[in-house]
Design a protein around this ligand. Structure first.
Ligand SMILES: Nc1ncnc2c1ncn2[C@@H]1O[C@H](COP(=O)(O)OP(=O)(O)OP(=O)(O)O)[C@@H](O)[C@H]1O
Length: 238
């Protein structure tokens, strides 16, 4: 079943034609990766899907309903972790639940119950500055998950991490996915990361962003994946 659709999205930002008729979909429990050159409008598309900005034309359909320009339906983790430095890890994670109307006590209790699965056991009372890069990203991901657990938009969540931590986080995300089965749209510049994580991959053109390729990569052999990699690199002029 289709969980989310972006239909014919166009957007101009400050006179710059940024998104050119983007249409894509995300099925229930699917992990779809968007790869594209820097500045091609990927984050702008996430802003539109999450309802933070309106498209000039086009619609965002979630669970069959028009959600264009409406916030609060999807969990959106932006490129920066955006953890509040003056709040503890637990309170950072609990905050979205409070914003949704739960009491701090309830929200903390719920957030606490997820800490171990997100590798944050024992760090509830720490502050973001006391966490490693990977832990900060896991805290931000848990906060995103608690805001809306069924659809997650993850904008280059591992880009700032060193190679070893990044690889650990990729494996961890896959295991988390098997446990909770969310539908995930994931942005990356890294084709290897896309091939490791994705069920399907969309390739975007340089500005204005257009979908120039779509690859179903779930269950492909290593050989088939390396062929896909070559085709994606060609599309990206690499
Ligand atoms: N608020 C804004 N006002 C005007 N122009 C913007 C705004 N936000 C982004 N842009 C421009 O729109 C284009 C697309 O930006 P966007 O951040 O969506 O790209 P991106 O593909 O996510 O880039 P990156 O991969 O580098 O994060 C860029 O040229 C950027 O400079």
């Amino acid at each position: 079943m289709t969980k989310l659709e972006a239909l014919n999205i166009c957007k101009t930002l400050d006179g710059l034609y940024t998104l050119d008729n983007i249409s894509l979909y995300l099925k229930e429990q699917e992990l779809v990766v968007i790869v594209g050159p820097s500045g091609c409008g990927k984050s702008t598309l996430f802003h539109i899907i999450s309802g933070l900005i309106n498209p000039d034309t086009g619609r965002i359909i979630i669970d069959g309903r028009d959600h264009t320009g409406q916030t609060g339906r999807v969990g959106y983790m932006q490129q920066k972790d955006l953890l509040l430095p003056f709040r503890t890890v637990l309170d950072n994670i609990a905050l979205p639940l409070v914003l949704k109307g739960e009491s701090w006590q309830e929200a903390r209790k719920k957030a606490k119950s997820y800490l171990s699965q997100f590798g944050l056991e024992g760090f509830a009372d720490y502050y973001p500055r006391q966490l490693s890069g990977g832990m900060k990203q896991r805290a931000a991901l848990l906060r995103t998950y608690l805001f809306a657990s069924d659809i997650l938009l993850l904008d280059e969540p591992f880009a700032a991490l060193d190679a070893i931590t990044r690889h650990k986080m990729q494996k961890w995300l896959l295991s988390l996915r098997n446990q909770y089965n969310p539908s995930i749209l994931f942005i990356t510049h890294d084709i290897e990361e896309a091939l490791l994580l994705a069920d399907r991959i969309y390739v975007f053109s340089p500005l204005p962003g257009r979908v120039v390729g779509e690859f179903a990569v779930k269950n492909l052999t290593d050989e088939e994946k390396s062929l896909c990699k070559k085709q994606i690199m060609q599309l990206l002029n690499m």
